[in-house]
Design a binder for this molecule. Sequence first.
Ligand code: BES
Ligand code: ZN
Length: 955
Amino acid sequence: MANSCRKLIFNIYVVFYCSAVIMPQICICSQFTSSPIDQFNKDPKAFPVATNGEIFPWHELRLPTVVIPLHYDLLIHPNLTSLDFVASEKIEVLVRDATQFIILHSKDLEILNASLQSEEDVRYKKPGENLTVLSYPAHQQIALLVPEKLRAHLRYSVAIDFQAKLADGFEGFYKSTYRTLGGETRTIAVTDFEPTEARMAFPCFDEPLFKANFSIKIRRESRHIALSNMPKVKTIELEGGLLEDHFETTVRMSTYLVAYIVCDFTSVSGTASSGVKVSIYASPDKWSQTHYALEASVKLLDFYENYFDIHYPLPKLDLVAIPDFASGAMENWGLITYRETSLLFDPKTSSTSDKLWVTKVIAHELAHQWFGNLVTMEWWNDIWLNEGFARYMELISLNITYPELQFDDSFSNTCFEVIKRDSLNSSHPISNEAKTATQIKEMFDAVSYNKGACILNMLKDFLSEETFRKGIIHYLKKFTYRNAKNDDLWHSLSNNCLEGDSTSGGFCYSDSRKTSNTLAFLRENVELKEMMATWTLQKGIPLVVVKREGRSLRLQQERFLSGVFKEDPEWGTLQERWYLWHIPVTYSTSSSQAIHRHILKLKTDTVDLSEKTDWVKFNVDSSGYYIVHYEGQGWDELITLLNQNHTLLRPKDRLGLIHDAFQLVSAGRLTLDKALDLTRYLQHETSIPALLKGLEYLELFYRMVERRNISDVTENLKHYLLQYFKPVIDTQSWLDEGSVWDRMLRSTVLKLACYLNHAPCIQKATELFSQWMESSGKLNIPADVLTIVYSVGAQTTAGWNYLLEQYELSLSGAEKNKILYALSTSKHQEKLMKLIELGMEGKVIKTQDLATLLFTTARNPKGQQLAWNFVKENWTHLLKKFELGSFPIRMIISGTTSHFSSKDELQEVKLFFESLKAQGSHLDIFQIILETISKNIKWLEKNLPTLRKWLLTSI
Ligand code: BES
Ligand code: ZN
C-alpha cells in the first residue's frame, strides 16, 4: 500500500492545466493553487481509495481536462431474454498534457478489460497493451493507469470491454415492457441518459463539455429492430443468425444525447421540406395513435429550420413512444424518446388539453435539437440555456404553427406557476451551482424551465421579436457544435448585427422595423449583460409598488415574498440590499392605448405622465416578470374600471390583475376581500383565461377549507361558486365543440360542478357513465368530459371496479390517465390503498404512473393522510424505484405534503425531513415544502375570518 501510494505521488502530475491553444472552449480551469503533489503531501486522505484498496488518483467530481475524447466507437449487444448486455468501445482521445492515467465515468458497469493503442506514440503502436483499471464508485469514476506516461498533443485509442444488466429503473440502458392486444408481455431495451446516466451504459467522459463523434453498432435478433441517433448504414448477418446494425457517425455532441433502442415497434414516416425523414415509432398496437405526432413534428421541424435559419443537421429524426418513461420526453439527437402520453394522440379519448400537451412536448423537444443539442450549456448550472429556451420556443413555435391551439393565451400561466416558487425565500437563481448528481437533477425545475422562458419572453418584448430572433440566431450560429454560458448569450444578443443592419449602442436595427423613440432610446442605454445578470444570478421576483400622485408615478422596487409580511421581524433581513433588478416596466393608462416603457434600475424612481389619467395599469399583457402593487387608490380605480367596462383593459391585463391581486394577499399587501371584490366582474368576463384564473383561486380556497373540515366556510363557498357561476355551468354542452378555450372552460367548469355535487352535473355524468358501461365501454363519450364522467362513475363500487377492468384493457394512455385519476377520487380508503399497492407492484399500474397517482390521491381529502403515511412508511422502497432528486421523487414528496396547512402537519413533515437528512438524503425541495406549508398556515390564520365574512355578505 505504502509503495503504491508513493508511486502514485509521482504519477499525479500537472493534471490541472488549462490550455487555451488546442480547444479553447474545453477549458475548465482548476481552482487549485498548489500542485496535486503538494496537496497529497499535505493531506493524503484527500485522495480517495479505489475498490481494490489502492489510491484512486483523482479526487474531484468533475473530470480532469488533460485527456479529451474525440470519437467513440460503440458496439452494444443487449439480450432481451437474459436482460443484460455485453459491449465494447474504442475511444479516441487527445492527450493535452502528459499523464499516467485517464479518468472516465462509469456506473454499475463490469469492466472486463481495458487496453491502449496509438498510431502516434511508438511505445503504444502494437495493439492491446492492458491497463490497470481502478474504480471509485462514490464519484462514478474509473481510472485507467498506463505503464508509460502518455505524451502531450498525441492521440490514443482506449479500448474497453464491459457488461452489465439492463437497468431496472428508468435511467441508463434499461428495459421497458408492454402488453400486446393478445395479452403477451414484450420487452424492449432503451436508453435515457440526461443528465448523468450515459455512464451507466458505457464508460465515457460524461460531462456536457466533452463533445465527440459517436459511431454506434448494435447487435440484435431478427425479430427486433435497432434505432440510434443516426440512420442505419448497413446490417451484417453474424454467425448464429444475429444481426449487427451499423449506424452513421454522429455529429459532434455531448454524451447525454446519445441514444439507442432495441424493440419491435412499427412506424409512420413523412418528409420535412428540407428532405429530413421524420418517423413516429410506437408499439405495434398503438400505430393508429401516431398520426397526429407525425403531422405536428413535420410542421414544427419545418418551422424551426426556417425560424433559426439553420438546417437540422441529421438526415433523419425519429420520435419514439416508450412504454416506461420517467419524465415527459427526452431530446436525444435524432432519436427523441417520449412517454406514450406525450406523443400519442387517440382521437376518441384524447382531450383538447391532451392535444395541447402532445404538441407542446413535440415543440419543446424539437427546439432542443438546436438549443441544447447544437449549442449546449457548458455545465449543468446553466441548464436553463437548454430548458428555458426550449420552453420559450414552445410559445414561439405554437403561435405560428398551431394558432388554433391559442397557446399564447396560456403562456402567462407558465410564469404564474413559477412565481409561486420564486417568491419563497428558498428559491434559487436561474444559474445555480450544481455539483453532485442529485444537485444536477434538481436543476431541472420550474426555475430553469419556466422562469428561464419568462425572462426570455420579457427580453423579447423589450428588444422586439425581430432583434431578439436575430440575436439568438447569432448565438446558435456562433456556438454550433460547441458549448456556451450565460454571458455568451447576452453577448450574442447585444452584437447580433447581420448585413444591412444599422447599429446603435451595441444593438442592431433593421430598416424594416419602426421602433418607437422611447424604446430605441431605452435599448441604447441598457447594458444587456448587466440587466440580465439581475434576473439570472439572483433569485426571486421583484414587486413594483406604484403610487400615483397627480401626473407623477412614484415607482419602488423590492423583493416580493409570499408568506412573509412587512410587519414580520424577518422581513428586513430578507430584503437585502442586493435585491435590485433592472426591470423593463411597461404601462398603459386611461388616456392612451400606447404602451409606455421605462427601465426601473433603482430602488425608487419617478415617471411623469403627459396627461391626466383615471387609472394606470402596469405590466402590459403580463409579459414582464414582476408583480405590481398599486398604493393609494390604485386598486380601487382598477376594480371600478373592471366593473364598469372591463374591455378597456386587454384580456392578458385582466388575467394579470387577478393573479397579482391574490399573490399580494399571500404577501399581506392586499386584503383578501379586496382581491375577491376584484373577481366580482368575472360574471361579465368574456376572456376565458381570466375567468378560469379567478375560478382557480376560488377552487384553491375551497379545497383548502374542505381539507381542514372548516365546514361553514366550505358550505358557503360551495354555495357561492355554484350560484355565482351558474350561468356558465348551465350553458355548457357535453360535447367536444368550440374553440380550444371553450373546451378547456367546459372541462374545468363541469369538473368543478360535479366535484361540488351540483345535481344536474352529477345526473348527466351518471347517465353517460351508465350508457358507457352498458355498451361495454364501446360508447364514445366526448373526450373533454371523459374525466368527469369517469370520476362520477367511480363513486360506486360497481363503477370503480368496472373502471379498473377497463384500465387494464385500454390501449390509450390518454384514457388510462383519465381512468386512473377517476379511480383516485374514490371516497373509500381501501380502494385508494389498493390503487397505491397496484402502483407499487408496477404491473397493472405502471411504476411510471405512481408519482401522479400519489399526487392525485393526496389531493383527495379522503386520501391525503393515506398517501402521506404511505410515503413516510415506504420511502426506502420508493427510492429503489426512482433516483433521489429525480422528477418523480420530487413530485411524490411535494404532491403529498405541500397542501398541508396546520402546525401539527408542518411539525410532522419537518420531523420526516430531518430523519431523511440523518439518513443522508437531502433535497432542496424540503425547504421549499416547509416554507409552502408555513405560508398556508399563515394564509389561513390571516384570511379565514375575512373569507368567512365576505361569503356571508356575498351569498
Ligand atoms: N431534457 C428534458 C428531459 C429531462 C428532464 C432530463 C429531467 C433530465 C431531467 C426534456 O427536454 C424535457 O424537458 N422534458 C419535459 C417535457 C416537457 C416538454 C414538458 C419533461 O420530461 O417533463
Ligand atoms: Zn427540455
